[in-house]
Design a binder for this molecule. Structure first.
Ligand code: FAD
Length: 315
């Protein structure tokens, strides 16, 4: 059976959703052990075990440090003789995976939306050309390092033994350190982890109308996104940009409001399970990828829709 190490983040004792996803998919591919790094890492052990981890390495880390995290991961991979490493294709995961692959003299195959184990060799499917096509990739490296797109895998309950091993980060040889941390002001669910995302396009006309999208997102407990047109106009923060040059999201439900559906935007949300588009132009390209489309003026549609959800959800 393949020996797999899943590497994920934990915040205040709660494993990130992507950490549970890679543990769960690891379990379906072989024997999975999970390395969790972050704050109150030990407290995350039982939750990670619930999704299949036989062993949990808990590493307390108050600040993200790609150098130290990848060195710790490399040490565990070598000691444990792991053949496959799974890491979320998140901001931190992309950094750690590249550093780790270098330390292990390996290579990364990245952004998997589907993963198979074929006799110990990992085969992944990943979107290319802004989501216009897919490729299948196989790693030929001795230690296969794979990043997995958040929200692309099922989270199953399949308990593992959950043996806890505590490890300590060695920061003494680290050459770059974080000197301050500025948290985002928003209390909304993180865009990349959200199960529902509501995004604003230029159709909202101006920043004074952003509240329409915020209200709908808040009623649904959704993350909020935007197109580059909205971000470039300065109507909202650039961290909300979804697309080729922004973040990639893969929620169960993506609601695109006043968004034309340019290929660069589709690159960041095209793998969403259900897409609902609200646009007054019936020829807008977003309708080609939408599961459901509303051809109408968003200013007429969004307020009653928000009100309806409020009542339905008792908010
Ligand atoms: C190299 C490169 C990288 C890029 N990266 C990204 C990226 O990461 N993310 C991204 O989003 N874009 C990106 N872009 C920009 C992209 O090409 C588009 O310009 C952008 O996505 C358009 O944003 P939009 O849909 O908000 O605006 P528009 O294309 O202007 O569309 C607005 C839509 O709103 C509709 N509308 C107007 N009024 C209403 C109304 N009252 N009710 C309902 N609908 C209405 C219109 O019919 C229209 O379809 C990139 C471009 C380049 C060249």
């Amino acid at each position: 059976m393949a020996k797999i190490l899943a590497i994920g983040e934990v915040a205040n004792g709660i494993p990130k959703k992507a950490t549970r996803e890679i543990t769960s998919v690891g379990r379906s591919l072989g024997e999975v052990h999970t390395l969790v790094l972050g704050t109150q890492a030990e407290a995350a052990a039982s939750e990670v075990a619930r999704h299949g981890a036989e062993v949990i390495y808990a590493v307390e880390s108050s600040d993200y440090n790609g150098e130290a995290w990848s060195q710790m991961a490399a040490q565990i991979v070598r000691e444990g003789g792991y053949e496959i490493v799974l890491i979320p294709h998140s901001w931190a995961g992309r950094d750690v995976s590249a550093r780790l692959a270098t330390l292990l003299d390996s290579a990364v195959i990245s952004d998997a939306v589907e993963i198979h184990n074929e006799g110990g060799r990992i085969k992944i499917k990943k979107p290319v050309y802004s989501g216009k096509a897919f490729v299948w990739l196989k790693s030929t490296a001795a230690i296969q390092v794979v990043t997995v797109r958040p929200n692309s895998q099922k989270i199953e309950e399949n308990p593992g033994a959950g043996k806890l091993e505590k490890r300590q980060l060695d920061l003494s040889k680290v050459k770059a350190r974080q000197i301050s941390f500025i948290p985002q002001k928003s209390t909304r669910v993180s865009l990349t982890e959200a199960d529902i995302v509501v995004s604003a396009g230029r159709g909202i006309k101006g920043p004074e109308n952003l509240y329409l999208i915020e209200n709908l997102a808040d009623v649904l407990g959704a993350g909020m996104g935007a197109t580059r047109a909205v971000v470039d106009a300065g109507w909202c923060d650039h961290t909300l940009q979804v697309g080729q040059t922004g973040v990639t999201v893969s929620p169960t439900l993506y609601i695109a409001v006043g968004i034309s559906g340019a290929i660069q935007h589709l690159a960041g949300m095209g793998s969403s399970k259900y897409i609902v588009a609200i646009n007054k132009d019936p020829d807008a390209p977003i309708f080609k990828v939408a599961t459901y489309g509303v051809v109408d003026d968003l200013f007429q549609v969004v307020p009653p829709l928000t009100e309806e959800f409020k009542q339905m959800l008792g908010k």
